[in-house]
Design a protein around this ligand. Structure first.
Ligand SMILES: O=C(O)CCC(=O)C(=O)O
Length: 308
């Protein structure tokens, strides 16, 4: 894991991405197609028809499942807006806990969009690293606790329940989430997610620029598999992979901007119309687009306490 982390992180010598697994039919040596019941009914919450979903499991990582971008273009924009604007408001994040506290940071999105000084704008943007939802993670003691929790955002919970149901993880309850904000050049070092009492599958959804995601084993020294993650991709760490080491050594500019392909409202009828308007309007979407130019957002949702 550490050797591969160093290799893909390298700034001096650009790493080759030839060995990075792009989950698709072209990589049959590394992935298996995961079949689902396409006749299941799913709500119109910005997801493609089930018959258009492509899901893979990784031969070398039992329990790891990847849904390749199941979102419609507008569906992606909708959740991007939620993660950047709505879920950063009134939820713990590193800006509120840092030196910005003394300044006039009302909330991350308002501060970033209203700031006129480009340098300050970049500083606010680049300083935002995480927000927590539901049970708030205590980073110092690496625990969750009963006294520090909010109601989990309903729409994010509904989205993850749909993924869980489609994959037959039927009783999943969203109880805690971490939103990670990355920029080109930022990394997340090798770690395991073991603070949850319940080791139900972990759902990790990414938007914006692409990343190399490393999936390792139960020891830090074990080898890791490099996987390409693009905007909209959903990683599910279940079974044996749930407690394995993983890391993000590289963020890089994606080849396509799938969140911009169209603003077709197909399969979006259950989403909030005012929020949708904000994603469709060229004027209001402009700020989100600017943010995404060199950024990646990842939200990973965990069941903390309740046993399946
Ligand atoms: O950004 C990612 O894809 C992974 C995030 C992650 O591993 C975490 O927050 O624990």
């Amino acid at each position: 894991m550490m050797k591969k982390f160093k290799y893909y992180k390298s700034k001096d010598k650009l790493p080759s991405l030839d060995d990075v697994i792009d989950c698709s039919e072209n990589n049959k040596h590394a992935v298996d197609k995961f079949t689902i019941d396409i006749n299941k009914e799913i709500p119109n919450i910005g997801l493609k028809d089930l018959s258009d979903w492509n899901i893979y499991s990784l031969k070398d990582c039992p329990g790891l499942i990847i849904i390749k971008n199941p979102f419609t273009s507008l569906g992606q924009r909708y959740y991007i807006k939620k993660l950047l604007k709505d879920y950063t408001k009134n939820h713990p994040n590193n800006l509120l806990e840092s030196r910005f506290k003394e300044n006039v940071i009302k909330d991350f999105w308002t501060s970033w969009t209203e700031e006129v000084d480009q340098q300050q704008k970049n500083l606010i943007k680049k300083s935002m690293r995480w927000t927590t939802l539901g049970y708030h993670y205590d980073w110092t003691n690496k625990v969750y606790n009963e006294e520090n929790k909010d109601e989990f955002p309903e729409e994010l919970s509904r989205l993850v329940s749909v993924f869980a149901e489609v994959l037959n993880f039927n009783n999943f309850i969203s109880e805690a989430a971490i939103i990670n904000f990355y920029h080109i050049g930022s990394t997340l070092s090798a770690h395991t997610d073991h603070s949850e009492i319940c080791h139900a599958p972990l759902f990790s959804i990414s938007f914006g620029q692409s990343a190399v995601f490393l999936m390792g084993g139960s020891f830090k020294d074990a080898d890791a598999v490099p996987i390409l993650l693009n905007s909209g991709d959903v990683v599910i760490m279940s079974g044996r992979s749930r407690l394995n080491y993983h890391a993000v050594p590289r963020i890089f500019e994606s080849e396509s901007q799938t969140w911009n392909e169209n603003d077709d409202t197909k399969n979006c009828s259950v989403l909030n119309p005012d929020d949708l308007k904000e994603c469709i309007s060229k004027e209001s979407w402009k700020q989100f687009e600017k943010y995404l130019m060199d950024s990646r957002i990842n939200v990973n949702v965990r069941q903390y306490k309740n046993k399946i």
